[in-house]
Write a protein that binds this ligand. Structure first.
Ligand SMILES: NC(=O)C1=CN([C@@H]2O[C@H](COP(=O)(O)OP(=O)(O)OC[C@H]3O[C@@H](n4cnc5c(N)ncnc54)[C@H](OP(=O)(O)O)[C@@H]3O)[C@@H](O)[C@H]2O)C=CC1
Ligand SMILES: CCCCCCCCC/C=C/C=O
Length: 329
């Protein structure tokens, strides 16, 4: 008999999530039926989407949503061998039973030298978000200027590096000087700390006096309201995330986008990465190749211990992560 630890949403978040909103429970798992597998989580992901999705899709008492890299401990399913690693979407659980549906084996070309946790970050959902958001939504072209915010995070750091691979000038902003130094190190042409600049308007003008062709928006709110005025004519805005608004109890006012959208003839498009699930393999293959060639660098903020899942999640929302926030069991 295996005892699984699970984190449940005890109380719907009101404003910023707090440790007391979560409860750690133990569940006895039954023995396996034919077709089933027993898995243990090795790495778990904490992501911004968990905040708005919990509000929309979860009720109090539900296991927190989320993905993990898990090892198959025992298999009664011929399609999966014990010992193999998969990406699963099974929530904040230390152990779980699956019938195999929705499990993604790590690509067979995954080298031993590469952390398997990258399948939750640069070579996983966030990397794919950067890939499809930039190539399919922004339709970035060589020679253009790309702006990205939350640039030192899981999605943003890949956006900047892919834009460089695509022959663009890249401007990024992030919330600490250490993050800004990291952006310069991984090849961003310009980077600034949005928390300490005296004027966002001036910082955006200084970084690219001619404006921006593409804006990969991870943040929303005030930053986006200012950035839209710096777009070039026929610019494209990929609305990826709005993390500056996820914890608001009272909706922010604006942005009022109509005037710049009309006069600059902008295109602004929201997207969800899962719309490209049918091209997941293509994206993963490309990202893995660039990582192995050293063209896409990665950093992970690893929190040790399943019991620290809420702390890692809250820390990521506060901006404590450089690169992808991961929990190692
Ligand atoms: N549309 C889609 O399919 C997907 C969308 N997303 C979205 O992309 C964005 C980035 O996600 P991800 O890369 O995983 O997360 P990150 O790794 O970037 O972590 C979140 C970061 O957001 C920044 N942040 C937090 N609060 C604020 C704020 N009030 N204003 C500005 N920045 C803030 C912090 O960095 P800093 O120190 O710079 O403030 C923090 O480190 C999120 O909005 C997320 O919801 C992610 C995946 C898929
Ligand atoms: C098998 C992985 C399922 C995970 C779904 C993640 C969807 C993220 C969409 C994000 C939106 C905003 O953050």
């Amino acid at each position: 008999m295996v005892t699984a630890k699970v984190w449940v949403l005890k109380k719907h978040f009101q404003g910023f999530p707090k440790p007391s909103d979560f409860d750690l429970k133990k569940i006895e798992l039954p023995s396996l039926q034919d077709g089933e597998l027993l898995l243990e989580s090795v790495f778990l992901s904490v992501d911004p989407y968990m905040r708005p999705y919990s509000q929309r899709d979860m009720k109090e008492g539900d296991v927190m949503i989320g993905t993990q890299v898990a090892r198959i401990v025992e298999s009664k399913n011929p399609a999966f061998a014990a010992g193999a690693f998969v990406v699963a979407n099974s929530g904040w659980r230390s152990h779980f039973i699956s019938d195999g549906k929705g499990l993604h084996l790590l690509p067979s070309s995954w080298p031993e030298s590469l952390p398997k946790s990258l399948a939750l970050g640069t070579v996983g959902m966030p990397g794919l978000t950067a890939y499809f958001g930039l190539f399919e939504v922004c339709k970035m072209k060589p020679g253009e200027t790309v702006l990205v915010n939350a640039a030192a995070g899981a999605v943003g750091s890949v956006v900047g590096q892919l834009a460089k691979i695509g022959g663009c000038k890249v401007v990024g902003c992030a919330g600490s000087d250490d993050k800004v130094a990291y952006l310069k190190k991984i090849g961003f042409d310009e980077a600034f700390n949005y928390k300490t600049v005296t004027s966002l308007d001036e910082a955006l003008s200084k970084a690219s006096p001619d404006g921006y062709d593409c804006f990969f928006d991870n943040v929303g709110g005030e930053f986006s309201s200012i950035a839209i005025n710096h777009m070039k004519k026929h610019g494209r805005i990929a609305v990826c995330g709005a993390i500056s608004q996820y914890n608001d109890s009272v909706p922010q006012k604006g942005p009022y986008v109509q005037i710049p959208m009309i006069f600059k003839e902008l295109r602004m498009e929201g997207f969800i990465v899962t719309s490209w699930n049918n091209r997941r393999e293509e994206g993963q293959k490309a990202l893995l190749k660039w990582v192995l060639e050293g063209k896409v660098k990665f950093h992970e903020q690893v929190t040790e211990g399943f019991e620290n899942m809420p702390a890692a999640f809250i820390g990521m929302l506060r901006g404590e992560n450089l690169g992808k926030a991961i929990v190692k069991v």
